[in-house]
Design a protein around this ligand. Structure first.
Ligand SMILES: *Cc1c(COP(=O)(O)O)cnc(C)c1O
Length: 428
């Protein structure tokens, strides 16, 4: 049966690893750095990319490849590459097609680590980024495009702002500019949204979050949608459409067609920069993926119950969750995320920083942790944790209100979570 016809639920369980007669039911952990060959010629053909096969785990490993293939099937892409973190995935996704002298356009509603990567670190490599608001008009976004623009970037649901991106519109504007749209789909996961179906070209994830779901490994993935026509924009993407001297003059689009982008990422970036995951971590990620379709609906259902409770409590100043009817992104969430968005929401308490701290310290079941999208619920107060060096004014400039508490709702019983929040509010 072709994988294209199977539902996401079934793919979560069966895609990637297909055991043959008498082979292990569960994906084997091939914890080996290297793979020996009978003849020198066999090995040489691999190094020339003439044959596919394994030779060194920095480039490819069978366990990691099976998990990447599962995620590619879930997203509806043609190929995937696992990386050792979500940060590495976003860096590789951009750097694979944008080099010194290049430029990208990114939504300014994105994860802080990615914002820093694009705004501070990429410029050190000669790559510039123009940030645009997801609410900017088409004209404003077109004005951000330059002759050297090589990609658009955004998050399906932003971390931590919970903004929903109008993926179709960003895809249209990216394609108008002759460049691909890269979407970080970490918070939605392919269970709730498949950006390639809305016109995105490349999808990334921090697999550390829902895909793993149990806080066991840090990882990332880049999925190639296989549809962007690199040859039609050859002047912009010579790395894909002209000979690579480091592989005897092979041209990726000619040799690998739809998978050119993914093969180049493995052959050049993994070879030269590393950032490959441990096979053991790929195995742990796969265990998480086997229940992703069961966990996501529960995260969403719980988050909506908690958001509604907070909204009705007089001690709560505001609640931001894109699943709430009065949220500014509710209509976009209904379009792109009809089955639910994610388990992450944010809110503010009436009072000051001290009120937020007192509330968090009183929580008993929900823990204080620098993590989101885990089976266990947790909170973080950026003003006292990740951004503690900033003043209230500086926080507001960074788009974070000083009272913002980020709550990642897990898959416990919702009534237990609400009871914990209630007793903490009572004890402020
Ligand atoms: C956490 C996160 C990242 C970074 O991933 P790591 O696995 O921590 O490196 C990137 N994007 C989003 C949306 C995230 O939530």
């Amino acid at each position: 049966m072709s994988e294209k016809k199977l539902s996401v639920d079934t793919l979560c369980i069966h895609a990637g690893w297909k055991p043959g007669n008498g082979q292990p039911r569960q994906l084997p952990i091939i914890q080996s750095t290297t793979f020996p060959y009978d003849s020198s010629d066999d090995m040489a053909a691999l190094f020339d990319l003439e044959k596919s096969g394994y030779f060194y785990t920095r480039l490819q490993n069978p366990t990691s490849d099976a998990v990447a293939a599962k995620i590619a099937a879930l997203e509806g892409g043609v190929a995937g590459v696992l990386t050792s973190s979500g940060q590495a995935a976003n860096f590789f996704a951009v750097f694979n097609i944008c080099e010194a002298g290049g430029h990208i356009v990114a939504s300014n509603e994105i994860y802080g680590g990615t914002y820093n990567l694009f705004g501070v670190t990429l410029p050190k490599l000669g790559i510039e980024c123009t940030f645009v608001s997801p609410d900017a008009s088409d004209e404003e976004i077109r004005a951000a495009v330059r002759p050297n623009t090589r990609a658009f970037f955004g998050e399906t649901i932003s971390n931590p702002g919970c903004r929903v991106l109008d993926i179709e519109r960003f895809a249209r504007l990216a394609h108008e500019a002759g460049v691909p749209l890269i979407i970080d789909n970490t918070f939605a996961t392919p269970v709730n949204c498949r950006p390639l179906e809305w016109g995105a070209d490349i999808v990334t994830h921090s697999t550390t979050k829902y895909m793993d779901g149990h806080a066991t490994q840090v990882g990332g993935v880049v999925i190639d949608g296989g549809r962007f026509d690199w040859d039609a924009h050859s002047d912009k993407f010579p790395g894909l459409t002209t000979p690579d001297e480091s592989y005897h003059g092979l041209t990726y689009t000619k040799a690998f067609g739809q998978q050119a982008y993914a093969v180049k990422l493995t052959a050049q970036l993994m070879r030269d920069l590393g950032a490959s995951p441990a096979p053991q971590n790929a195995f742990l990620l796969n265990l998480g993926l086997e229940t992703l379709h069961l966990r996501m609906p529960r995260h969403c259902e719980n988050a909506l119950k908690v958001a509604r409770f907070l909204k009705n409590d007089p001690r709560v100043a505001w609640v931001n969750y894109c699943g709430l009817e009065d949220n500014k992104d509710y209509e976009k969430a209904r379009k792109y995320l009809p089955q639910g968005s994610c388990g992450v929401l944010s809110f503010g308490l009436k009072g000051d920083r001290a009120t937020a701290i007192s509330f968090m310290d009183s929580l008993q079941l929900i823990s204080i942790a620098t993590h989101v999208a885990d089976a266990r619920s947790c909170v973080l107060h950026p003003a006292s944790h990740t951004h503690r060096q900033l003043s209230d004014d500086q926080l507001r400039e960074a788009g974070i209100s000083p009272d913002l508490i980020r709550l990642s709702v897990g898959i416990e019983n919702a009534d237990d979570l609400i009871a914990d929040i209630k007793q903490a509010l009572d004890s402020i």
